[in-house]
Design a protein around this ligand. Structure first.
Ligand code: UDP
Length: 257
């Protein structure tokens, strides 16, 4: 079999050339990084879980008419996606104060926000992904005003969808990050949700206990990350069968009446 051409290796994923023009194979690694890769670990099973979880969220978005790059899952760690030109901005949506916004503005973690707040960060590791304003994005040609308006609208739709999905399984969606890409259709460009949506890029708090079911478990040493992601996958009903740890099954006890 011919070896696939690797296009890009990131912190948590590898991108390979897809089988057809305009497609890419996205491989989910077990690597976990935080603080711009200053903290690193390999967490057994994380890639498998994130492949499934991202599939679940992206499929749901596609079904309600929010365009995403997701085409289909190929196997435990890989999915086929549309090739896009990634806009070099991370779009963060916040419903509850946490993380960098709390430390930057002195707003206590857990404070509900009066409305969702959207932030843009410039994707540049050497600068630690700085927070920017729309003015910077336009002035430096990273995105046009129209792109930014569309990105805000996509991000709010993703927020409404994900908040509802999480509410249904007893979880508060505190904040999340998405990346958005351009696809070209003749002279027209469309913006679609790309990259991944997984607990690596969301903050998820259990509604009753406040337990964290996201990457903060790793960032803040709060326990086993794979266990937290498995709990989320179980609540969503997307746990792959051979990852379920529900013990051996009694097939025939011999004393049925
Ligand atoms: N986030 C992400 N990638 C980044 C930075 C942030 O996925 O490079 C996510 C993060 O998981 C959280 C949200 O974006 O759900 C907001 O993160 P924040 O700005 O609070 O930064 P952090 O505290 O994670 O450094």
């Amino acid at each position: 079999m011919a070896r696939r051409r690797m296009i890009y290796e990131g912190k948590a994923k590898i991108l390979y050339e897809g089988p057809e023009q305009g497609t890419i194979v996205q491989y989910f690694k077990d690597d976990a990084t935080a603080f711009n890769a200053e903290k690193k670990a390999v967490i057994d099973g994380k890639g498998v879980l994130n492949n499934r979880l991202s599939e679940h969220f992206m499929t749901g978005l596609n079904l309600i008419g929010v365009p995403t790059h997701f085409i289909k899952r190929l196997n435990m760690r890989e999915q086929l996606v549309k090739a896009v030109e990634i806009i070099p901005l991370e779009v963060v949506v916040r419903n509850i104060a946490a993380g960098s916004m709390s430390s930057r503005l002195g707003i206590k973690e857990g404070t509900p926000l009066p409305r969702p707040i959207i932030e843009f960060y410039y994707k540049e590791d050497s600068l630690n992904d700085p927070l920017i304003t729309e003015e910077h994005a336009i002035a430096f040609g990273w995105a046009s005003q129209q792109d930014l308006d569309e990105m805000v609208s996509l991000a709010l739709r993703v927020n409404d969808f994900l908040s509802g999905v999480m509410f249904g399984i007893g979880i508060k969606l505190v904040d999340f990050k998405i990346e958005i890409g351009r696809i070209f259709d003749g002279d027209y460009q469309r913006l679609i949700v790309a990259d991944e949506i997984s607990p690596d890029s969301c903050r998820l708090w259990d509604m009753e206990t406040g337990q964290k079911l996201d990457k903060d478990v790793f960032r803040r040493d709060l326990g086993n990350l794979a266990d937290a992601y498995t709990e989320l996958a179980n609540r969503l009903g997307v746990m792959p069968k051979n990852q379920q740890n529900d013990g051996p099954k009694l097939v025939h006890s011999g004393d049925e009446k």
